[in-house]
Write a protein that binds this ligand. Sequence first.
Ligand code: 2NL
Length: 366
Amino acid sequence: MPDAIEKTHLRFSQLECSSDEQLHYLFHELSELAAQEAEAPPTPETAQKFRVRWLGRQDSVISRITANWLKEAPPEAKKWVGQQLNWLRPILEDLASQSKKIAEAAALEAAAARDQIDLSLPGVTRPLGTQHLVRQTYEEMYRIFTSIGFSVVEGPEIETAYYNFEALNIPEHHPARDNMDTFYIANAPGYLLRTHTSPMQARTMEKQQPPVRIVVPGKVYRRDNPDATHSFVFHQLEGLAVDTDITFCDFKGTIEYFAKEFFGPQTRVRLRPSYFPFTEPSAEFDASCHVCDGKGCRTCKHSGWIEMFGAGMVNPAVYGFVNYDPKRYSGFAFGLGVDRLAMLKYGIDDLQQFFRNDVRFLSQFP
Ligand code: 2NL
């Protein structure tokens, strides 16, 4: 038995429909089949296919009923076919628009589910960085020195042997060059990585007559094997003050001011004789230990004192290299290791922590 849809391919005469009731039954079957088909959860595509199959202009159920049944029916049956057709058409229209609506709503819902934001998930945090502790220590030192009239001047890390040694009264074959363990640059004869920031002080004096009051920060390089207190690169701050009437008292007062600002007002200082080729006389400046206040502890290795500066009055021989009149001018100079002082001040026991970029270490000093 062909079903009602298949029968729409037949002409009216082939239906062998002898009564209005049979026709009614046929149309009813069509509406049932359409309702069944529309029952499956529709997609926008199946909804469109439903409309084309049942209501389309060409070769749809409705268009075939019109062509094969209505037009072919004898005059007395035309009325019944027409009535049934008018009954079926709005039912199909309803089913088609319902399917379309359901499909669109489902598509929207699916898209919303795809785009759903889970507000309970942890957010993407972009943590703000902090200044490296060496940088923070530099800033603190600049604050102290600029507050008493020093300027901050920077120079190149690749230097000539002349500025790194000669101009600082360290001639070739001078024993002071031995323990510097300098990095020379293989394909640039005469160039080296500076072993201290003093070359920039010599360059400044060359360009500018006194008064000079500068501090020179920067990385310096020496051929050291890394351990808890050594590194082939470390940070230095050197200072220089030259004028017509600078005395050893200015020198001591400046260093003492720095020590009290950096380690606290209770800090006392002491001087020990030392030697540097570019200062005469030379001294090591110690500060009373900020941890035990001079009583002796692990930090100061039970001496009560912490070595802070190498320093001295500028050796008049240096003035000869930079065209300063050694009879008119005098001055003092000092050098300190920034990493070392940061370690002492903040209780860090391993110099290498500064170079590891380990956030667990760095974030302890926000
Ligand atoms: C240290 C010792 C020092 C200087 C640096 C200097 C520079 C010029 C002239 C005279 Cl242009 N002196 N600098 C003086 C004494 C000591 O550094 O222990 N550095 C880590």
